[in-house]
Design a protein around this ligand. Structure first.
Ligand code: ME8
Length: 510
């Protein structure tokens, strides 16, 4: 039976335009999807936008625009950015879509009926500037709101609470019973230590007096739903829950997120699911932050890098390669144009691009289209062994979320072909007509190795992969099956034009 899986990114807030931080998580999901498709799996990939809440309402107000117009525009920008970057999402989910709103209300009513949601007075320190309650630890040394330099006022507000604290033990037990639920390990440990402290209940409503841009509570029209309670449900609703719940799809669900939203996913979401009688997702895979000058790249800090601009400047798919090569999944990494430029030049322009053009130029002059398997020498067979080894190392990297290791193994294959060419000196063989057969074999081995290199890299560099295969006359689609990577071929119709895969680039001077 075909293995099915379900991959999700966070739903991004529409109070800012897509930046490099968002694209990292989205690219990782896309690369994982393409990798799985090549291995015969069916994959549903969900991304989308989170469109309710105070931040968004405020942002629309500052621009003096109707909130719905504003969220439509920014959501469309996210969608268009991912489309232009070749992100192969299947579902683009918006929390303002009507079916979502209805399902969130259904979830709320179900939990209310089960006694999992209660009405309580809440007393705390309220900052009018922030429009929210602050905790003691958020205040500065003078006891003021650090953003507004004002003393927050004690206020009583009645709200609805989801009895999350009840699930503390059950979440811990789930984590223990499923050691690969939260990955990498450090985030599992962080969650466990957080769960060793007392866990409070979750306030899931906002009075309409201070927020209207949200989903109205089905049991009290004076309130709207807290944005996280609304947004997290997207993952489940997209599987057809509740009426057409595709349990198979849900049971193979992986959420890819950044570490900033670990608590909401590992704890709030797990508790919500357990209360609804649904198992938590199979995996929560947590990435680190892209930093600029030592701080997190974020819209509020204004230090953002736009993904499309990067691709336009440095070449198609180069951002995908760079982000996966540069960041060890789960740890922070620093974004720098210099390292981007070095990476493109070293691995793509001088690496893959140069190799393909070197071998193809030699083939155009000297390759007659085929070579017999029997002509392979021990040295050739040894050189070809690297293909299977690279496939194993590549897949191991993916299964351990160590994309860097996969890309390192792949770059070693590129270097390996270069060394094989240097050693076999096809240009010297070409000078002696008596060595013409040997020359065919040497070039044929290079083409077989290039075939492997192109098929393997497909999830990360889909364009360069297809162009390379086309140029060596391999008509099969690398997206369809990874078996093509190790398919032995003794005939290649090399194209008459050498593809220019990657240009050498320079960092802008400014
Ligand atoms: O949190 N480095 O949305 P959001 C790496 N709407 N990843 C980054 C990043 C950076 N500098 N900046 C952002 C929300 N990200 C909620 C989610 S889900 C039901 C609701 C990525 O727009 C990373 O994946 O703030 C992070 O978790 C996400 O964007 C936060 O996006």
């Amino acid at each position: 039976m075909t293995k099915r899986s379900y991959l999700t990114t966070p739903l991004y807030y529409v109070n800012a335009r897509p930046h490099l931080g968002h694209s990292y998580t989205t690219i990782v999901a896309d690369v994982m999807k393409r990798h799985r498709l090549q291995r015969g799996e069916e994959v549903v990939f969900l991304t989308g936008t989170d469109e309710h809440g105070e931040k968004i309402e405020q942002m629309a107000k500052t621009q003096d625009r109707p909130v719905m117009d504003f969220v439509n525009e920014v959501s469309a920008d996210f969608r268009a950015t991912w489309e232009k970057m070749g992100i192969s999402f299947d579902i683009f989910y918006r929390t303002t879509q009507l079916d979502h709103v209805a399902k969130v209300k259904h979830a709320l009513q179900t939990l209310k009926d089960k006694g999992e949601i209660v009405f309580r007075e809440y007393e705390g320190l309220y900052c009018v500037g922030c429009e929210r309650f602050l905790t003691e630890s958020e205040l500065n040394a003078k006891g003021l709101c650090p953003d507004h330099e004002k003393k927050p006022e004690p206020r009583k507000e009645a709200n609805y609470f989801f009895l999350m604290s009840k699930y503390q033990g059950a979440i811990l037990a789930h984590i223990e019973a499923h050691p690969d639920f939260i990955q990498p390990e450090q985030f599992k440990n962080e969650t466990v230590s957080f769960l060793k402290q007392p866990l409070g209940d979750l306030c899931i409503s906002r009075p309409k007096a201070r927020l209207t841009w949200g989903i109205e509570l089905p049991f009290d029209s004076n309130y709207v739903t807290y944005v996280w309670f609304d947004a997290l449900l997207n993952y489940l609703c997209a599987t057809g829950w509740p009426e057409n719940f595709d349990q198979g799809m849900w049971s193979e669900c992986t959420h890819l997120i950044g570490k900033d939203i670990l608590k909401t996913h590992a704890i709030y979401w797990s508790a919500m699911l357990l209360a609804l009688g649904v198992k938590p997702p199979k995996h929560l895979q947590v990435g680190g932050f892209w930093l600029i000058d030592g701080t997190k790249m974020s819209k509020s800090l204004g230090n953002v890098v736009r993904p499309l601009e990067m691709e336009e400047k440095f070449g198609k798919d180069t951002l995908r390669f760079f982000l996966l090569r540069e960041m060890s999944f789960g740890l922070d990494a620093t974004f720098g144009i210099e390292s981007y430029v070095n990476c493109v030049n070293a691995y793509l322009a001088n690496g893959m691009g140069n190799l393909v053009s070197r071998v193809l130029t030699l083939c155009q002059k000297n390759f007659k289209g085929s070579f017999p398997e029997t002509s392979l020498t021990d040295a050739d067979r040894k050189a070809l062994e690297k293909r299977a080894q690279t496939v194993v190392a590549w897949d191991k990297g993916f299964s351990e979320l160590k994309f860097q290791n996969s890309l390192k193994a792949w770059s070693e294959l590129v270097t390996h072909v270069d060394l094989y060419v240097n050693e076999m000196k096809p240009w010297a063989l070409a000078k002696d007509p008596a060595l013409s057969d040997r020359l065919q074999t040497v070039l044929g081995v290079c083409l077989q190795l290039i075939q492997t290199m192109a098929v393997l890299i497909y999830p990360v560099l889909p364009h360069a992969s297809r162009e390379t295969l086309q140029a060596i006359g391999v008509e099969k689609d690398p997206a369809a099956s990874v078996d093509l990577a190790l398919e032995n071929r003794f005939e290649f119709k090399v194209s008459l034009t050498v593809p220019k895969l990657f240009m050498r680039v320079q960092a802008p001077l400014d």
